[in-house]
Write a protein that binds this ligand. Structure first.
Ligand code: AMP
Length: 550
């Protein structure tokens, strides 16, 4: 129930619903010739236009309608970033169905849990995920229709899915003219599940209205700054929080889109970036190391690539600096959550920063930025007392906004909130201008004695060492201090770095009591299904290693 004050007089503007179908209609009407380029799983490059996409999205909407689905029914996808998945992004919500993007990298049990919990009636999948689709078919009786997103010639010879439909046949048989229906803008549009490291994933259900407002906000100059002059390459997967909204924002702006499919190696990304004239890309930090290594080894440079948005976890300063200073690419740090569609804060500089000394500008750039218009923030201590925005005081971040959820799917309305605010689970400082610095997830922050240690800060500084490829800092139980930091490091190939070298490097740069008690050199660091470090796994892996602090 809304407790807003009611005005006796309403504005006299048209009450047009904000619907996702309007994005693809707009792109096809005004940017019909603008290209969408996809790297397919076999490495080939497919290209067509928004005009072609609209025709095929209408075919898909007609084909889905013939399955007898009702408005609000969920249609799941297990797909890479490619043009067929992009068509589903419009056909499914545009026709009133709900797009349930399932992260195929989740454990098989979680995938079937999601399909079951979402009550998906139909599943569209890329052939790479046949096994996952078969698991859903075997365990979720409600999922009656399975469509392999491929051509007839690529259909699997053998599968346990009965009556498997070929996507190309499915849409070829349907008309390419579809009357996109109008309905209430608060209708559900997409259902993403959190990739929670503990417990079952939770459903985050966006509406047409929240997605449309998020799209308008995303293209703003102090957000992702997307226009029809851009060539956008979402490296963030379309199964992770709607690829941070980029498919929708690109269609809104009429920007050329480059969808990189499964190939995240440096060579494949570089070829697309330079070959297709990419101006803007976005993704989590871990995907960019391969690209940086590739261009460094070959002394390559970028021709058109000017901006990138790195978020999902803290962007190491070293990575930010290499992109900016060596390759001329402006790294814009961003923070968000699936529960926020996901955009929360973006680190663009403002007019008032023009004359700041370079060191202060660098300090600002390393923050996660200021809230995008629409997002409200609140900083509280553990007792719920409001804390000052002074850039120093650390507290729990709460948010509000038109694209922030109020409850998880199938939970009571408002149940995700505390006094009307969504707890983010992030521990941050906020400066007087509203720039936030994420110190940690509340469950990852290290408590040593009565003091907090930011694992993100320690990692960031360790990664400034030229021989460190990746570092993760975790808290390990300690009898006297409660917890002490331990650093887990992947060294660069062929680097000869010892524990003492790295400790000496850190010694000058961090407080004495922040110094890791131990450093472990490893070949791999566990990453979760969205490319983030799994700190709970690392803690299990190193929990038994004795702390050396006295
Ligand atoms: P997800 O919903 O999987 O996208 O995860 C959201 C969480 O990722 C946030 O609550 C943060 O803990 C973390 N996160 C997102 N962006 C950043 C960032 N730029 N720096 C540090 N942590 C981040």
């Amino acid at each position: 129930m809304s407790d807003y004050v009611q005005s006796p007089i309403s504005g006299r503007t048209m009450n047009r619903p904000l619907l996702i179908s309007s994005l693809i209609k707009n792109a096809a009407r005004y940017f019909s010739d603008v290209e969408i380029v996809s790297r397919m799983s076999d490495g080939t490059v497919h290209r067509y236009t928004y005009g072609d996409c609209h025709a095929r999205a209408q075919r898909l909407a007609n084909a889905l309608a013939q399955l007898g689905l009702s408005i609000g029914d969920r249609v799941a996808t297990l797909g890479w970033n490619n043009y067929r998945h992009f068509e589903a992004y419009f056909a499914i919500p545009g026709s009133g169905l709900v797009l349930n993007t399932i992260n195929p990298r989740l454990h098989a049990d979680q995938i079937t849990y999601i399909a079951d919990h979402a009550e998906a009636k139909c599943v569209l999948f890329d052939l790479s995920f046949l096994e996952q689709a078969e698991a859903i078919a075997a365990q979720c009786p409600g999922a009656a229709t399975f469509v392999a997103m491929c051509a007839a010639s690529e259909m699997p010879e053998r599968t346990s899915i009965s009556n498997l439909i070929c996507y190309e046949d499915f849409i070829a048989a349907a008309s390419d003219t579809y009357g996109w229906p109008e309905f209430d803008e608060t209708a559900a549009s997409a259902l993403c599940y959190t990739s929670g490291t503990t417990g079952n994933p939770k459903g985050v259900l966006y509406s047409h209205r929240s997605t449309m407002i998020h799209s308008y906000a995303e293209v703003m100059p102090d957000a992702f700054n997307i226009s029809s002059r851009d060539v956008i390459m979402p490296v963030v997967p379309m199964y992770h929080s709607n690829a941070w909204g980029l498919p929708y924002a690109s269609a809104l702006a009429g920007a050329k889109l480059v969808l990189p499919g499964p190939m995240m190696d440096g060579k494949s990304l570089y070829e697309l970036i330079d070959g297709e004239g990419v101006t803007f890309s976005a993704g989590v930090p871990t995907v960019w190391n391969g690209l940086l290594d590739y261009i460094k080894a070959r002394e390559l440079s970028f021709t058109t690539f000017k901006r990138m948005n790195i978020g999902g976890s803290a962007c190491p300063t070293a990575m930010m600096n290499t992109f900016r200073h060596t390759h001329g690419v402006d790294v814009i740090h961003a923070w968000g959550m699936t529960e926020m569609s996901p955009m929360g804060t973006i680190c663009t500089l403002q007019g008032r920063h023009a004359d700041l000394p370079e060191a202060d500008i660098q300090t600002l750039r390393e923050t996660q930025g200021h809230p995008v218009f629409g997002v409200d923030m609140l900083l509280l201590d553990d007792q719920g007392v409001e804390l000052p925005w002074d850039g120093k005081t650390t507290g729990n971040l709460f948010v509000k906004g038109p694209w922030v959820i109020d409850s998880y799917f199938k939970h009571p309305v408002g149940s995700a909130l505390e006094d009307g605010w969504l707890p983010t689970g992030d521990v941050v400082t906020i400066n007087s201008q509203g720039y936030i610095k994420i110190m940690d997830r509340s469950k990852d922050i290290i408590k040593s004695g009565d003091e907090w240690i930011s694992s993100i800060e320690v990692e960031n500084i360790a990664q400034l060492h030229e021989d460190v490829h990746q570092a993760a800092c975790i808290g390990i139980p300690h009898p006297k201090w409660g917890e002490r930091p331990v650093l887990v490091v992947i060294a660069r190939a062929e680097a000869e770095i010892s524990k003492d070298d790295l400790l000496a490097f850190l010694e000058d740069r961090i407080a004495k009591w922040w110094m890791p008690d131990d450093i472990h050199f490893v070949d791999t660091i566990d990453l979760g299904p969205t490319g983030k470090v799994l700190k709970n796994k690392l803690r299990d892996r190193f929990a038994k290693v004795e702390s050396t602090a006295t």
